[in-house]
Design a protein around this ligand. Structure first.
Ligand code: ADP
Ligand code: MG
Ligand code: MG
Length: 252
């Protein structure tokens, strides 16, 4: 589904990704861990095509297509979804209206018919049930005045409606209390599918108790330096990143 090779990227003229390799197959859940400033959010931003992230070398193939050649809207329509570490507020824009516009823009790009409000509401109701979230959030402006937990839940809800092939979740667990964490994890688990893959950036082993990943990677200094299964996350929790630095003197 996704093959990243030797990816180098700059932000504000500074090289952040320095030869990153990663392969994700359909249905797999990959957790990405790593110290602050390692480039985890940069990776998500580069994959989704955010402004200001300049790729200087390497390739990203998504479902056989050169992802880097597509504009951000095309990437979204192809099925790449990024849930931001800090979800943006869009004051004055109704959440439901926003979501329907986003979904219909993607459908139009794919040559599918647009959903009228009846069909859209039906879809929304189905997804609300799966996510077990209150429809009160739908009637408010996008993320405006939402608590941290509500923003994260709203991102998962958006994901449920947009049904991406590749979902990139950037620290979706940070700042959540245990009930919200379980709810968000439940939503992600409900969306796990043999045709859908997840890249989950997290600092905490705890999330991986609820969303059990197929692979865990450590991103340090712009590269994936360790890969393993869930036990790698447990090891990190036990030894911290000093353990990574010891194993990789080249990172110093
Ligand atoms: P992580 O998510 O792993 O904590 P980031 O990808 O957010 O790390 O950041 C990696 C590095 O890139 C940091 O040194 C950060 O300051 C820098 N960086 C990221 N985005 C920007 C930006 N928009 N402008 C300037 N520097 C940035
Ligand atoms: Mg960070
Ligand atoms: Mg980050």
């Amino acid at each position: 589904m996704l093959k990243i090779e030797n990816l180098h990227a700059r932000v504000e003229g500074k090289e952040i990704l320095k030869g990153l390799n990663l392969t994700v197959n359909p249905g797999e859940v990959h957790a990405i861990m790593g110290p602050n400033g390692a480039g985890k959010s940069t990776l998500g931003n580069v994959l989704s095509g955010r402004d200001g992230y300049e790729v200087t070398a390497g390739s990203v193939i998504f479902e056989g297509k050169d992802l880097l050649a597509l504009d951000p809207e095309a990437r979204a329509a192809e099925g790449v979804f990024l849930a931001l570490q800090y979800p943006v507020e869009i004051p004055g824009v109704n959440n439901t209206y926003f979501l329907r516009a986003a979904l219909n823009a993607q459908r139009k790009y794919r040559g599918e018919d647009e959903l009228d409000s009846m069909r859209f509401l039906k879809l929304v109701r189905e997804k609300l049930k799966i996510m077990q979230i209150s429809d009160e959030l739908l009637h408010r402006a996008v993320n405006e005045g939402f608590s941290g937990g509500e923003k994260k839940r709203n991102e998962i809800f958006q994901m449920a409606v947009l049904e991406p092939k590749l979902a990139i979740l950037d620290e979706t667990d940070s700042g959540l209390d245990i009930d919200a964490l379980k709810q968000v994890a439940g939503g992600v688990n409900a969306l796990r599918d043999p045709a859908r893959s997840f890249l989950m950036v997290t600092h905490y082993q705890r999330l991986l108790d609820y969303i059990v990943p197929d692979f865990v990677h450590v991103l340090a200094d712009g590269r994936i330096v360790e890969s393993g299964d869930k036990s790698l996350a447990l090891k990190l929790e036990e030894h911290g990143y000093a353990w990574i630095a010891e194993r990789h003197p080249e990172l110093a």
